[in-house]
Each structure stands twice: as structure tokens, then as C-alpha cells.
Design a protein around this ligand. Structure first.
Ligand code: BTN
Length: 334
């Protein structure tokens, strides 16, 4: 396990860890623990406030993080992994702040074997969504997780991979207690009561004939603050709205990784075909009128489910179109 930090981010991380309990901590105590001046503490507190953290800072009375915060911890995650995930995962890097956890693994793969490496971050400064969109989150209130996985198979066999990952996320969230309002929207959005709860971005690199490395990124909203909701352009929700009691983020990550590894093993052997039935039962758009936005324009029709290679079957005026591209998004038209 590796905890990765840059110096400035590291100081903010250590300060945040100190005040994570939500209790009042005096500036002098914090300064002593962190071996910095009280002015430096004050500056770091400002930097954390700029990230949206509600830290009360009254001169003379110390600092208090309202409500505390549930920070990730690599050892804690590892201790909760399923036996299958523990033996599969070869390394876990936890950043306080990085551009994108997917990008970290893409770069790792350029210089090393990235297979089965996990990357997590408390904050992504350039979190990537599909179709060039940004993925927004906030410290302690979401999960930004990436896993790199090598497939000794041709690129074309990975067509249904992102849908398979959607099934894994669904299994994980159901296991954490989310009720049956949880559905999947092609290609791989996880919805709760028709609002987006999680997104998946799979970036595949490799030779046409294989092997290929898939960097699988999952973004899960846990307790979305109002300032993030206001910036997102679509209806969004969070795990807090879908479960009675939100587990710790370490537990959520461990369950996600467990289900993900199990699905990847299944996918390696049988492809998406073996998971298609499960996906179909969760299909939020099945037999509904939809608009599909393609890079080349838009299509309108009735969603008819997906093929064994993960393509969307769209009935356009009685003619079936099969939409394969991962860049396609789907909107409910009613
Ligand atoms: C989507 O647009 O729905 C996909 C969102 C995927 C976001 C995750 S967060 C972890 C990983 N790192 C990234 O930069 N993106 C993915």
C-alpha cells in the first residue's frame, strides 16, 4: 500500500486528519503536531475552506470542522477487502489531491505494469467524465476510484466492459442497502430514482489483437454538498438518499472493489453475455422513448435493451439501430 502526497497537499491532509473528529482543536496544538507555525495553520485552514470544508475558525478558540469528516484510509480499506479482491489487488495508491485517478493509472501504465493497481483520491482537480465532461466531487463526500485491469484479449472483446462495471457497482450498492430504486442507464450510469448516483469511465489502451489495459474509473456520490449539485448539469443524487445508514467510505470502497474484481473475473471468462440478463433487469430505459446523443448528431427511438457486446438496440420507426459507441449518452425524452 502506498499513500501518495505532494508537500502542500500533504500538509492540508495532515491538518484535516487532525480535525476530522469534528472537535475543537487549538491552533497551538495543531501547530505543534504538524511542526508548523500558527500562521501556517491559519493558511492551511483557509486552503481547506476553499475546498468547501466548513471549518469554524474563531481567533483564540481554535478550529472545528463542523460535523467532522470521513476520510479514506488505505489500511482500513485493505482490512475490509474480500479474500478474492485482496489477492487480486496488487497495490493501492491514495492521494489527497490529484488531477484524475484514471490519469494516474494511465501514466503508471506507461512506465510499469499497472495491472490490478487501484488509485483513489480525496479530491480530483480534473476528474474526467464521459464525452469530455468534468466529474465533480468534494472532499470526504464522494468516492473517486480507479482500477487498472489487463485483459489478454482483443480490444473488440472489451466492448461490453463498461456495462459489466455498471453491474458491479449496482451489486455493491445493493449490498450496501440501496433499495430497488437503483437502476442502470446505458451505457453505464447508475441511477437512483432516475437521478444519477454514480458514473463509470472506462479507458482502454492496447493493441487491437491484445493484450489491453482497461483503466476503470468509478465516481460515486455519497453526500453531495449543495455547491456541487448546483454545478452539475443533470439531476443527481447521492448514496445518503438511497440507504438508511451510510457506511464508512472505506467500507464502500472495499465493497466496490470486491464486486468489481468478481465481475472482471466473470467478464474475462464469459464476456458481457453472462451479465446481460442481470443488466437487462436493471435497464432504466427498456421500452421507453429515448433521445440518444451521438457525436454525429442525435437519434430518437424506443430503447430495446442491449446486445451481448453491450450495444444499445434502438428501434427507430420500426428499424433497429445498434449503437456501440461509449460516447453515446441517453436522455429520457419524457
Ligand atoms: C461519467 O461521466 O459518468 C463518468 C464519471 C467517472 C468519474 C470517475 S471518478 C474516478 C475516475 N477518475 C476520473 O477522472 N474519472 C473517473
Amino acid at each position: 500500500m502506498r499513500v501518495v502526497s505532494t508537500t502542500a497537499a500533504d500538509r492540508r491532509w495532515r491538518l484535516l486528519s487532525l480535525i476530522a473528529d469534528g472537535a475543537v482543536h487549538s491552533g497551538a496544538d495543531i501547530a505543534r503536531h504538524l511542526h508548523v507555525s500558527r500562521t501556517a495553520v491559519w493558511q492551511q485552514v483557509h486552503a481547506l475552506q476553499a475546498l468547501g470544508l466548513e471549518i469554524d475558525a474563531a481567533r483564540g478558540s481554535g478550529y472545528r470542522l463542523a460535523g467532522g469528516i470521513d476520510l479514506l484510509d488505505a489500511a482500513g480499506i485493505q482490512s475490509m477487502l474480500s479474500a478474492e479482491a485482496r489477492s487480486a489487488v496488487r497495490g493501492l495508491s491514495l492521494y489527497f489531491e490529484t488531477d484524475s485517478t484514471n490519469q494516474r493509472l494511465v501514466e503508471l501504465a506507461r512506465v510499469d505494469d499497472a495491472h490490478a493497481q487501484v488509485c483513489l483520491a480525496e479530491i480530483q482537480t480534473a476528474g474526467r467524465g464521459r464525452r469530455g465532461r468534468r466529474w465533480l466531487g468534494s472532499v470526504g463526500r464522494d468516492v473517486a476510484l480507479s482500477l487498472a485491469w489487463r485483459f489478454n484479449a482483443a480490444l473488440e472483446t472489451l466492448a461490453g466492459l463498461s456495462l459489466a462495471v455498471g453491474v458491479a457497482v449496482h451489486r455493491a450498492l445493493s449490498g450496501l442497502g440501496a433499495d430497488d430504486g437503483l437502476m442502470l442507464k446505458w451505457p453505464n450510469d447508475v441511477l437512483y430514482r432516475q437521478q444519477k448516483l454514480a458514473g463509470v469511465l472506462v479507458e482502454v489502451h492496447g493493441e487491437m489483437g491484445g493484450p489491453c489495459l482497461a483503466v476503470i474509473g468509478i465516481g460515486l456520490n455519497i453526500d453531495l454538498p449543495a455547491f456541487v449539485r448546483a454545478e452539475v448539469q443533470q439531476p443527481v443524487t447521492d448514496l445518503k438518499s438511497a440507504v438508511r445508514a451510510v457506511p464508512t467510505r472505506n467500507a464502500i470502497v472495499a465493497v466496490l472493489l470486491g464486486k468489481l474484481v468478481a465481475v472482471l473475473r466473470e467478464f474475462e471468462v464469459h464476456g458481457f453475455g453472462a451479465l446481460r440478463g442481470e443488466w437487462a433487469r436493471l435497464d432504466a430505459a427498456y421500452h421507453r422513448e429515448v433521445d440518444v446523443h451521438l457525436p454525429s448528431g442525435a437519434a430518437h427511438g424506443i430503447a430495446m435493451g442491449v446486445t451481448t457486446d453491450g450495444a444499445l438496440r434502438l428501434d427507430v420507426g420500426g428499424t433497429e439501430r445498434r449503437l456501440h459507441s461509449g460516447e453515446v449518452s441517453l436522455r429520457f425524452s419524457s
